[in-house]
Design a protein around this ligand. Structure first.
Ligand code: SF4
Ligand code: MG
Length: 340
């Protein structure tokens, strides 16, 4: 059972006038069919750039991939012919962006734009592709699809437009969808509805889903596993419920502590001090050390690799149990997971 997509030791750089921006620095992650991976991080953490590398949006300068593999169904896309790569990215991968209004063409009806997928990729007639467009609009539960198929993007609400984006992504029944902050522009109630719809369709079509977000609150109910990114690397991975219960990296703990919670009413909300690093000058050692409440000398001197996290509650004398899928890039993951 090989993973659908495996990103291995991916590095992405941007050559700018000010120097080399190291946007992604050795990222590994994988997604299986029917699985949802949430990639969490602040802006500039490399979460979107990693996805863009997978989608091939970086193939042009100044973006550059000096090292790494992007393995789709067992084959490295970075080492395929351009033609083959385009075929995979056209039909088997799809992406949903945050801003539907700028992704849709304002002067074409949504039905035309949805239908275009079928005309271009499957050679359907105008009439048949319109019928498929209506079907898709029904699938993503846009009310009165038949009446609205000729409407333009601005005639839909933000939530409905995002459903249209989901419909576009689904059109060719891809194996993998990457959704980059798909609900960030929407208000909270609509966010939940759109996220629920996406999760439901993902299960129904047995697709892999990579959900990119800066908001831990959005992913709790839909993701299977999480990768937390910071300064272009993954600093923690875990099955979703375990990450919430027992984070093993101080950055993740900080993110969790800064989510407003009902039972904390009245208390001041925690905020991680400082700002993410400038990617032209990533701090030495652990890149999180200038902001970390736990930092010590070793953190400045040594960059921690992504370490295996074992069960700290194992009774003494027994070998510590492996926690499947759990890794942390922190010298003090043990103290962190125990919240000492
Ligand atoms: Fe903090 Fe040190 Fe762990 Fe980095 S390695 S997260 S600085 S405790
Ligand atoms: Mg982004």
């Amino acid at each position: 059972n090989e993973p659908l997509l495996e990103v291995r030791d991916l590095h992405v750089e941007f050559h700018t006038r000010d120097g080399v921006v190291k946007a992604v620095n050795g990222v590994d992650y994988s997604v299986n069919a029917g699985e949802t991976l949430a990639v969490l991080g602040e802006s500039g953490s490399g979460k979107s750039v990693t996805a863009q590398a997978v989608m091939g949006i970086l193939d042009m300068p100044p973006g550059h991939i000096p090292r790494g593999e992007i393995v789709f169904r067992g084959r490295d896309m970075l080492r395929m012919s351009g033609e083959e790569r385009r075929r995979i990215r056209g039909a088997q991968l799809a992406m949903i962006f945050q801003d539907a209004l700028s992704s849709l063409n304002p002067v074409l009806s949504v039905g035309f734009q949805l239908g275009e997928m079928f005309r271009v990729h499957q050679g359907l007639s105008r009439k048949d592709s319109r019928a498929r467009a209506i079907e898709l609009m029904d699938r993503v539960r846009i009310p009165a699809a038949r009446e609205r198929v000729g409407d333009f993007p601005h005639q839909f609400s933000g939530g409905m437009r995002q459903r249209i984006m989901i419909a576009m992504a689904l059109a060719l029944e891809p194996d993998l969808i990457i959704a980059d902050e798909p609900t960030t522009a929407l208000d909270v109630t609509v966010q939940a509805q759109v996220m629920e719809l996406l999760a439901e369709l993902q299960r129904e079509y047995n697709m892999g889903l990579i959900l990119i977000t800066h908001d831990l609150g959005v992913v709790a109910d839909v993701a299977d596993k999480i990768a937390v990114m910071y300064a272009g690397r993954i600093v923690e991975t875990a099955p979703v419920h375990e990450l919430y219960k027992r984070p093993a990296h101080p950055y993740t703990r900080g993110l969790l502590d800064s989510i407003p919670r009902l039972d904390h009413k009245g208390k001041e909300l925690y905020a991680i001090k400082g700002l993410p690093p400038n990617l032209l000058r990533i701090p030495p050692g652990c890149p999180f050390h200038p902001r970390c409440p736990r930092a010590r000398d070793v953190c400045v001197a040594e960059d921690p690799p992504l370490l295996r996290v074992t069960d700290p509650d194992t009774p003494p004398g027994e070998p510590e149990a492996e926690l499947p899928g759990r890794r942390s890039a922190c010298h003090f993951w043990r103290e962190t997971i125990r919240d000492e």
